[in-house]
Design a protein around this ligand. Structure first.
Ligand SMILES: Cc1ncc(COP(=O)(O)O)c(C=O)c1O
Length: 397
């Protein structure tokens, strides 16, 4: 740049562009609110429905669009929108697809804050929320006003694996859109857009990228994936209206982790299975919950949908009913490697307790009485995790 400007102006305008041929392992990172138009024609030609609309940071940058495309590919879908957390992705689906007087159905083991958001919509916007038992298709009884069915496989905390195909078929017959919280399967255990026959695909897959895609326990993000452009455009419009945007830095971090996601998922799956088998031998527990166990609720549906044997690294146990809540808390506090915390899919193993029977709206004969403890398996050596639980069990008084 010539010296015709003052030093301050020169400093601002001295951009050094990378040469076109520069090739790197990780793509360059774009951070943008403003995106500069080359001329008026470019300004007037760009439109928010363009697949790659480079007009303002909230719409997207090469960094956000690259990650969105990678997630669409992992999920087996075509179009992906990114949101600042898994919960905000869920909320976008709810607020876009539901209006006053509509009905939505959720399983009683859905991710809790989704239910709370719908409860809020129900109180403020007269949206009816039906709750079904994920183990009983007949408990899903939609009315003519039903617009949306939420699915989750495996369900939160108690890990029941529903008959997804039966629920999807029933919803499709009634022209009800289906949205799957696909965080557990992560696009790896099964393909939500190809579940068997031609009529067996969800309409929307929501993924808390906070878990496996991030993999570090440090980045929050969510995604909404579809295969149907008109539905994508409905969601995109709400995305734009609500100003939902993610940071380029966060996208770059997730992109970096995506290359190891399948390996981490497989490793945590194997470790969880080994731990599950050991937990089954322990007398303190009335029940061990993991879809790969033949006596875990929905095992046969998991087998059908996940023939490669993949499952997320989550295992829950229900302590025998004679263990008090205080004793279960004591057990958790004795654990050294398992840290007390929410979330999963990260490198450090986590533990949390739940008074599960107070959380479920439907009949839950498939769950034993007692306090539930969920283990989220990290990347530690499995034998060390087993030894940690073993020593903590011996310290319960
Ligand atoms: C099944 C499931 N869905 C969605 C979310 C929400 O993700 P985020 O924490 O990014 O809001 C979570 C978080 O724990 C989850 O477990």
């Amino acid at each position: 740049m010539s010296k015709k400007y003052s030093p301050q102006t020169q400093l601002l305008h001295a951009t050094r562009l990378a040469p076109q041929y520069l090739n790197t392992i990780q793509p360059p990172l774009y951070r943008a609110s403003t995106i500069i138009f080359s001329d008026i024609a470019a300004l007037e030609q760009r439109h928010w429905t363009d697949p790659y609309d480079y007009s303002y940071g909230t719409h997207g940058t090469p960094t956000t669009y690259t990650l969105a495309d990678q997630i669409a590919q992992i999920e087996g879908g075509k179009y992906t929108l990114l949101a600042p957390s898994g919960l905000s992705a869920i909320n976008l689906v709810n607020s876009c697809l539901l209006k006053q007087g509509d009905e939505v159905w959720i399983p009683d083991n859905i991710y809790g804050p989704n239910q709370e958001h719908l409860q809020y919509l129900s109180e403020h916007y007269n949206i009816h929320v039906g709750i079904y038992n994920p183990m009983a298709i007949d408990s899903f009884q939609p009315s003519a006003q039903c617009k949306l069915l939420w699915l989750e496989a495996a369900g939160s905390v108690s890990l029941e694996f529903p008959d997804l195909l039966a629920f999807i078929h029933k919803a499709k017959q009634a022209n009800i859109l289906t949205a799957l919280d696909n965080t557990w399967g992560a696009g790896l255990a099964f393909n939500p857009f190809d579940l068997g026959d031609a009529h067996s695909a969800v309409d929307i897959s929501v993924h808390a990228l906070t878990k496996y895609p991030s993999g570090g326990g440090d980045i929050l993000m969510g995604s909404i994936t579809t295969t149907h452009r008109p539905l994508h455009l409905r969601l995109l419009k709400m995305h734009a209206l609500q100003g939902i945007a993610v940071s380029g830095d966060d996208c770059a971090q997730i992109q970096r982790s995506l290359s190891s996601m399948r390996i981490r998922y497989q490793q945590q799956c194997q470790s969880a299975l080994q731990l599950t088998n050991w937990l089954k031998t322990q007398t303190a527990f009335a029940q061990v919950l993991h879809p790969a166990l033949p006596d875990s609720p929905g095992h046969q549906h998991w087998q059908q949908l996940c023939p490669t044997g993949l499952a997320a690294g989550l295992v829950s146990v229900i302590f025998k009913a004679d263990y008090s809540l205080a004793q279960v808390k004591q057990f958790i506090e004795q654990l050294q490697l398992f840290k007390i915390g929410f979330s999963w899919g990260g490198p450090i193993s986590l533990v949390m307790y739940y008074q599960i029977h107070k959380m479920r709206a439907c009949e839950h004969a498939h769950l034993s009485d007692g306090i539930l403890v969920r283990f989220c398996i990290g990347l530690e050596q499995t034998e060390d995790l087993i030894a940690d639980i073993e020593q903590a069990l011996t310290r319960i008084v």
